[in-house]
Design a protein around this ligand. Structure first.
Ligand code: PLP
Length: 408
């Protein structure tokens, strides 16, 4: 697939804030469709023509190629990132009576898995710029019951890993990283997934690399050996080993495990997406550059940051509105963009505002003021490699049009 490059001249010509040549687009621009090409289709068809469609040789190849891509000590393909997080906490033995420190700015999955193992999620506020968990707040939240820290690399911007790892080491805690957004990203030159911490990636349909549904758990070979057993019924041998030539029918259940394996059909998509990941990321960065060039100097917007010592995966472009400059709320801003045929989203409704967590732990909206203030002002703009220059110009034009029309 070829996508024309954003030329600065073409964008600038159409998009300066004081000279917007704005025409609403006719068709709806989807927020984040998957980018599936003939390569992925051919690989899936190839798998369907073989006699092995569930976890097998292509899954093993995908694990090896993924591990090489992020320089991981090992990789275990699963059917979601949620499965990876749940498996990791289970293998670490996190259970009832334990506390796990995490962030309110995340998807439900990161916190639900803590409940699934019977532990208590302890939320801490986020840093203003990255919206990642604040290490100072993490240190302050540690109690004798704390067993683990579960940081989320929100939007693809790595958390302050050195600080989090130092806090964990000093307090004998495990760190399980939620890297659903962070492929490929790096912290101080180290790819996310390349360390010893268990790290869970997501290949959900909207992610930087998709297998429709799917995930990958990286970590040490010893940890992944246990994770492989826990993620597949607790069986001492998976089906690929039992049904392959020379395999044995015998297995034993070592723990009451889950059913979290990836299929070779999913891995087929993943293998071909991995080939194209570098191109996907280049295009994401071009779109990000065009957005930030356009929005950074407008009084109604706060643009996302990329700290100097990280490589951002740019899964999401989260724009924050300066509501004091506008006559409308964030929700109305989104409605206005929808009316202009621009699909957007919000990442995320903070965990402590959801009824289950609010009621169970008695949270008030302003318990995490940085997260709450960001939530009130944030929206995610379309960001994917399939956006053409024209699409990007349409998004920028529509955002300016709404901001200018509803300026105070
Ligand atoms: C931050 C975060 N963590 C975890 C997940 C769960 O990923 P999956 O759908 O692969 O289980 C998501 C999915 O959107 C996410 O955004």
């Amino acid at each position: 697939m070829t996508v024309p490059h954003a030329t600065e001249a073409s964008l600038a010509l159409r998009l300066t804030p004081d000279r917007p040549v704005y025409e609403p687009r006719r068709d709806y621009l989807a927020f984040s469709p998957p980018i599936i090409g003939e390569e992925e289709i051919a690989e899936v068809v190839d798998t369907l023509r073989t006699s092995w469609i569930t976890t097998g040789p292509k899954t093993k190849r995908f694990e090896a190629e993924f591990a090489a891509r992020v320089n991981a000590p090992g990789a275990l393909a699963l059917n979601s990132c949620t499965a990876g997080l749940h498996t990791a906490l289970s293998v670490l033995g996190v259970s009832a009576g334990d506390e796990v420190i995490t962030t309110p700015i995340t998807f439900a999955a990161s916190v639900n898995v803590i409940e699934h193992v019977g532990a208590r999620p302890v939320l801490v506020d986020v840093e203003h710029d990255t919206l990642n968990m604040d290490p100072i707040a993490v240190a302050a939240a540690i109690t004798p019951r704390t067993r683990a820290i579960l940081p989320v690399h929100f939007s693809g911007h790595p958390v302050e890993l050195d600080s989090i790892n130092d806090i964990a080491r000093a307090n004998n805690l495990a760190v399980v990283e939620d890297a659903a957004h962070a492929l490929p990203a790096s912290y101080r030159g180290r790819p996310i997934g390349s360390g010893e911490n268990p790290v869970a990636f997501s290949f959900y349909a909207t992610k930087n690399l998709t297998t429709a549904e799917g995930g990958m758990l990286t970590g040490s070979p010893e940890f992944l050996e246990r994770a492989a057993i826990t993620s597949l019924h607790g069986m001492s041998r998976d089906a690929w080993k039992r049904y392959g030539k020379g395999g044995s029918w015998f297995y034993e259940i070592l723990t009451p495990g889950f059913k979290y394996n990836m299929t070779d059909i999913q891995a087929s998509i993943g293998l071909r997406q991995l080939d194209r990941l570098a191109y996907f990321q280049r295009r994401r960065r071009e779109v990000v550059a065009a957005y930030t060039d356009a929005f950074a100097n407008h009084p109604s917007f706060e643009t996302p940051t990329e700290r100097r010592h990280v490589e951002h995966a740019w899964h999401l472009y989260v724009l924050r509105l300066r509501l004091e400059t506008l006559r409308i709320s964030r929700a109305q801003f989104i409605d206005e963009l929808t009316a202009r045929n621009i699909g957007t989203s919000v990442h995320f409704i903070p965990i402590h505002l959801h009824p289950y967590y609010r009621d169970r732990y008695g949270y008030a909206p302003n318990d995490f003021p940085v997260a709450k203030s960001a939530y009130d002002r944030m929206l995610s703009l379309p960001l994917h490699p399939g956006l053409s220059d024209g699409d990007v110009a349409d998004v920028i034009g529509a955002v300016f049009d709404v901001a200018n029309r509803f300026a105070r």
